[in-house]
Design a binder for this molecule. Structure first.
Ligand code: EPU
Length: 341
């Protein structure tokens, strides 16, 4: 096990924010995790787990022992009549897993193409896009308990997935390190095309009257839509959506629509409504506004970007100003989506 000290994290977070880790350990196997747990100094120290750094805002240096997950490996575990189970190491880039499954002729993850970050981080916030969530394709995962060093396997129920939420953001935050994730790809495959942007693509390409696009086509569309709307972190620092889409009651939704008829809202199964936070922020006039080098992306108000040299403090000052203005106009408290350190 190699312990690194005083490491810059600027290249380890997609926002490109400055911070250092007092202690960093690269985790390439379960054995590495156990070595950390049994280490006389690192064992009892608080831990911070980092994957691709695509969902974190560093506002200060990390004093906890930072475990950078770099476990590799991709394999088909089981082929059943109703599903194929694939497994990926937690350090594999999520998009590489999606592309690999398609290359193997195993569709099912195409709606989740191009999501930045690693496989191990995907269950933490239950990544989702274009009508599909990780939870819809999740089979199970392996993790190591950071106190006992014991390996555990968690099924879907034990992960307690919610909208951009799981047990790893709550009770198990910093206590359990995900090492491998297994996905269940249902057979026969059926495209997921309910999302408005995908329906538009279907119409434009002439997929009508029961003629359905293939998985590779859906993958290409999702990549196109994302590239048009979302900034590439390799070009301009960002952490994807900065706020969660808020959920409100029917009464609250009606009340807002009475004043703002164009409110973008989606009915949910439980009778509540999910509102498009991007629309709320846009309606308050935030697109393109900035605090220092932190700015609201011009093409998608839900994304905050680093125009070059921003600090985590600037990002959070901008975020708080947005929260206040949305609360002032709509009475809704926006909740940040990334983990703020
Ligand atoms: N909108 C505006 N102005 C804006 C932004 C959005 O009016 O500046 C409106 C759009 O016109 C659209 C609606 O808001 O009618 C929703 O926008 P979009 O389809 O872009 O999706 P979103 O709700 O902003 C969510 C996820 C994204 C995911 C997309 C596609 C959250 C917090 N975000 O965004 O996830 O890619 O749906 O499924 O749920 C992420 O989590 O980092 C992420 C990018």
């Amino acid at each position: 096990m190699h312990i690194e000290t005083a490491i810059s994290l600027r290249d380890c977070n997609t926002f490109g924010l400055p911070a250092t880790a007092a202690t960093l350990v690269r985790i390439t196997s379960e054995a590495d995790v156990r070595q950390v747990v049994n280490h006389p100094e690192l064992g009892p120290a608080p831990k911070f787990i980092l994957g691709g750094g695509s969902n974190v805002v560093f506002t200060r240096d990390v004093t906890a022992c930072l475990l950078k997950v770099e476990i590799t490996g991709l394999r088909v575990v089981e082929e059943r009549a109703d599903a194929v189970i694939v497994e990926a190491g937690a350090g594999v880039r999520w998009h590489d897993l999606v592309a690999w499954t398609l290359g193997q002729g195993l569709p099912g993850l195409e709606n989740l193409a191009l999501i930045p970050g690693t496989v191990g981080a995907a269950p933490v916030q239950n990544i989702g896009a274009y009508g599909l969530e990780l939870a819809d394709r999740f089979d199970s995962l392996d993790a190591v308990d950071l106190i006992s060093g014991r390996s555990v396997t968690l099924d879907r129920a034990r992960c307690r997935f919610g909208y951009r939420d799981s047990v790893f953001k709550r009770e198990l935050a910093g206590k359990s390190l995900i090492t491998r994730v297994r996905l269940r790809l249902p057979r026969p495959w059926q495209p997921v095309l309910e999302y408005l942007d995908l329906q538009r693509k279907c119409e434009e390409a002439g997929f009508i009257e029961g003629r359905l696009p293939g998985a590779r086509q859906v993958f290409d569309w999702v990549c196109e839509i994302r590239r048009a709307k979302l900034p590439d972190p390799a070009v301009i620092g960002n952490a994807g959506s900065f706020f969660k889409n808020p959920v409100v009651s029917l009464e609250q939704c009606r009340d807002i629509i009475a004043r703002d008829p164009h409110l973008v809202h989606y009915p949910m199964d439980d009778g509540q409504f999910k509102l498009a936070a991007g629309w709320l922020i846009d309606a308050c006039g935030w697109k393109g506004k900035s605090v220092g080098a932190a700015a609201v992306y011009e093409k998608q108000a839900l994304v905050l970007v680093n125009r070059g040299g921003a600090s985590g403090g600037e990002v959070m000052t901008l975020a708080r100003a947005i929260q206040e203005s949305v609360y002032g106009r709509f009475g809704i408290r926006l909740e940040p989506e990334p983990i703020v350190v």
